[in-house]
Design a protein around this ligand. Structure first.
Ligand SMILES: [Zn+2]
Length: 268
């Protein structure tokens, strides 16, 4: 038995038995880790609210062999993300970020890049920077790259020219073809030039800052998000119809509900 201490974000917390919880962490040091927190349930649970989802914590685990489930021995709160919780629209999209992370990052897939990206996106939600849906799209595209499936929509992969107004995106290659280079066959998704331009902009290193300044239309946001979902599903072989995303999209259609969207009257 070894004790390890991790810098981590809580992604999920499921009740287990009368008194315990199973908590899924995304950690800087060890990627995705699951821990059993004994005595964590109930009002006077041993860990208080520290192990609720959407917190940055310093967690100590007792690790035995290569078991998938370790034992949580200590947890200290580092960042409670209180301001995200105050806003329903933002907090629902932040849940999408957590849910997506828990599904596509495998255990033992330690990646400091993914962890840093997760912190950066949660920071943007906490500070109310940018449109929540656009931030989620930004997360999807940078997460794809961090997992080894970078998307390249800058130019046609056939002729190197501009992708034009009707882009054919290859799920297998993560690359685009212009109408001139495209021939039938293969798993291609058709995408508007506007959506491709948005994804190019958001995929750059300053994508989060760009998301704060851009205001693409609802159709462009929806098609860009869907494309990335299908792309990640293709490469991770995981169903990514996220429960939290369905909820976030439903909240997004509640009009007029400006106060639910939080970001100081900004149009979403
Ligand atoms: Zn071409």
């Amino acid at each position: 038995m070894t004790l390890i201490t991790l810098d981590a974000v809580t992604l999920r917390s499921q009740p287990y038995s009368e008194t315990s919880r199973i908590v899924t962490f995304m950690s800087r040091e060890s990627g995705l880790v699951k821990g059993m927190a004994k005595g964590a349930r109930g009002k006077r649970g041993r860990f208080g609210a520290t192990l609720e989802p959407l917190q940055r914590v310093r967690v100590t685990l007792s690790v035995k062999g290569s078991r998938d489930l370790q034992t949580v021995t200590e947890a200290d709160l580092l960042q409670p993300y209180e301001r995200i919780r105050e806003d329903l629209f933002r907090s629902t999209y932040a849940q999408c970020v957590l849910e997506l992370t828990s599904r596509v990052v495998w255990q033992e897939h330690a990646s400091e890049d993914v962890f840093e990206l997760l912190l950066a996106i949660l920071h943007a939600y906490e500070e109310g920077i940018g449109d929540p849906q656009l931030l989620f799209i930004t997360y999807q595209i940078h997460l794809s790259a961090a997992l080894g499936y970078a998307v390249d929509l800058e130019a046609c992969s056939g002729c190197g020219g501009s992708v034009g107004e009707q882009v054919r995106f290859s799920l297998a290659e993560g690359a685009a073809l212009c109408s001139g280079c495209y021939s039938q066959g293969g798993s291609h998704i058709t995408l508007s030039g506007e959506s491709a331009a948005l994804l190019v902009r958001l995929s750059r290193p300053d994508g989060i800052a760009a998301a704060a300044a851009l205001q693409p239309g609802a159709d462009v946001r929806r098609s860009s998000g869907r494309l990335l979902q299908r792309y990640l599903e293709y490469h991770t072989e995981t169903d990514l119809a996220l429960r939290s995303l369905r909820l976030a999209e439903r909240i997004g259609t509640w009009e007029p509900a400006g106060n639910l969207k939080g970001t100081k009257g900004q149009t979403v």
